[in-house]
Design a protein around this ligand. Structure first.
Ligand SMILES: Nc1nc2c(c(=O)[nH]1)N(C=O)[C@@H](CNc1ccc(C(=O)N[C@@H](CCC(=O)O)C(=O)O)cc1)CN2
Ligand SMILES: Nc1nc2c(ncn2[C@@H]2O[C@H](COP(=O)(O)OP(=O)(O)OP(=O)(O)O)[C@@H](O)[C@H]2O)c(=O)[nH]1
Ligand SMILES: [Mg+2]
Length: 442
């Protein structure tokens, strides 16, 4: 990653053309160069001012709003400037070109503004990862989870744990010092071990909530499975309200997996339409069935569709969570379905029962994302640090008959894991990976 002494700039708003394009500049030369382009006075800090931007050698660039944020009170912690320009490709290109003409100025790399914010202590790593999720959030629940993480809620939980450990270590130190001097009973640290036990519980809960976070962030995966012609592709089309999958009355129509995203009450859902399951010698269909089995095995929920008109269900598919769902309800002409163990029934043709299915799915997602933990880890990196911290704490608890110095060392290792989690220590190798997730301009 290039020098921190460079002044960096980038288009921070979305793709051009757009109504307005926001160009951000951060670094030591931000104000000086901006005042050359604005040909004079910059607006007061944090106040928008309308300015004419021109090339240093003359030549009109654009008229736009200019904002300055003197460091350290800015997003990056450095001097920052924003140009709110007319959002055309040509205007943006001309201003970017003119900025690149100054010494010590260069285009920002992906995530470099956020990286500087991290390096200047404006954001910790957990917040940075939350910000990264926030920028790609599509559903309401993704947004809420990301905002909680980006705004430091979870970091405060992790910092709280670390502070408890630091306090516990101080207690142990005190006891070690005292015991040098005389025969004071070893009870000072006695109290801390029950607190450590509580801490381990909270960490375990947090690790368990990882799955909730995964469902919210990556989506709840539902496989549509069942015999050929059961109505899988019809249900997919009905749920996404688009004609995505081919529907015919020929058994074995679908072969490839068809994946669609759906927003159900703010939850991201990934739907997978699959090939109907049956014995066949047809090579293409067999490959389709193989793929279907894979998707079924990995799904969070399998809807095993059963044609109510057929009168009996095909063999139940193997998966941890399967709901049998009756299809073609309209064909029953009001008679009650005769298939056993059906969670709900519907018609993709009339739409009857679709609302009930949606409601049941949302309830299931709510059930599976409910968590008692105060923080929800969003990255394997975070989970690994918490698991490792909890492991060291368990070690400390189990070494009851060992010298206090050894147990204190376990606590130190655990608090180092928590420091790694928020990025307080040895993060250099991680940084490239985390910040490259961002787009340029963030
Ligand atoms: N125009 C614009 N809108 C934006 C951003 C931006 O950079 N520019 N943001 C970019 O992501 C987000 C807002 N985030 C920001 C976070 C901190 C500061 C900031 O100036 N912080 C100072 C002062 C805080 C204060 O006065 O309360 C600081 O932390 O010291 C600015 C924007 C979303 N909207
Ligand atoms: N009346 C009625 N017909 C339906 C309904 N759902 C599906 N069908 C019909 O059932 C036939 C098979 O539907 P598909 O959705 O292609 O079934 P599939 O399970 O995807 O079948 P494969 O891809 O072959 O495994 C088509 O002729 C559909 O029009 C329904 O709710 N009511
Ligand atoms: Mg199909």
């Amino acid at each position: 990653m290039a020098a921190l002494s460079d002044t960096i700039f980038a288009l921070s708003s979305g793709a051009v053309p757009s109504g307005v394009a926001v160009l951000r500049i951060s670094g030591p030369r931000a104000f000086e160069v901006s005042s050359i382009l604005c040909d004079g006075e910059l607006p007061l800090p944090r106040r928008a001012g309308l300015r004419t931007l021109s090339l240093p050698e003359g030549g009109f660039l654009d008229q736009g709003l200019v904002l300055i944020f003197p460091g350290p009170n800015s997003f990056t912690g450095e001097d920052c400037v924003e140009f709110h320009l007319h959002g055309s490709r040509a205007v943006v290109a001309a201003v970017l070109d003119s900025l690149a003409g100054f010494d010590g100025m260069r285009m920002a790399e992906a995530g470099e503004f956020s990286r500087r914010a991290f390096q200047n202590g404006k954001l910790d790593l957990v917040e940075v990862e939350g910000l990264s999720d926030l920028l790609v959030a599509e559903t309401e629940m993704q947004r809420r989870l990301a905002v909680e993480q980006a705004s430091g809620h979870f970091s405060r939980v992790y910092e709280g744990w670390r502070e408890k450990l630091i306090f516990a270590r101080a207690m142990i130190e005190a006891e070690l010092d005292f015991s040098d001097e005389g025969d004071i009973p070893g009870s000072v640290s006695g109290r801390i071990w029950s607190e450590i036990e509580q801490l381990i519980k909270e960490m375990d809960q947090t690790v368990q909530s990882q799955k909730s976070g995964e469902i919210i962030r990556d989506g709840f995966k539902i496989a549509l499975a069942g015999a050929p012609n059961a109505g899988k592709s019809s249900l997919l089309n009905a749920l996404v309200q688009r004609d995505v999958a081919i529907v015919t009355d020929i058994a074995g129509t679908t072969r490839d997996i068809i994946r669609c995203e759906l927003d159900l009450d703010g939850y991201k859902v990934e739907l997978f339409d699959t090939a109907g399951l049956r014995e066949t010698d047809e090579i293409v269909e067999r490959e389709g069935i193989k793929r279907a089995e894979r998707v079924i095995a990995e799904a969070d929920l399998v809807l095993h569709l059963v044609d109510l008109g057929e009168g009996r269900a095909s063999e139940c598919v193997e998966s941890p969570a399967v709901w049998r769902v009756g299809t073609k309800l309209d064909r029953l002409n009001g008679e009650s379905p005769t298939v056993d163990g059906v969670v709900t029934s519907l018609s993709s043709v009339t739409g009857e029962g679709l609302r009930d299915l949606r409601r049941l799915i949302v309830q299931e997602i709510e059930r599976r994302t409910a968590t008692a933990s105060l923080a929800v880890p969003s990255r394997l990196r975070q989970v690994q640090n918490i698991v490792s911290a909890a492991t060291h704490l368990r070690e400390a608890l189990s070494r009851r008959d060992k010298p206090l110095e050894l147990r204190a060392e376990d606590l130190r290792l655990a608090s180092d894991d928590l420091a790694r989690l928020t990025g307080r220590i040895d993060t250099e190798t991680l940084l490239g990976k985390i910040f490259s997730e961002f787009c340029v301009g963030k």
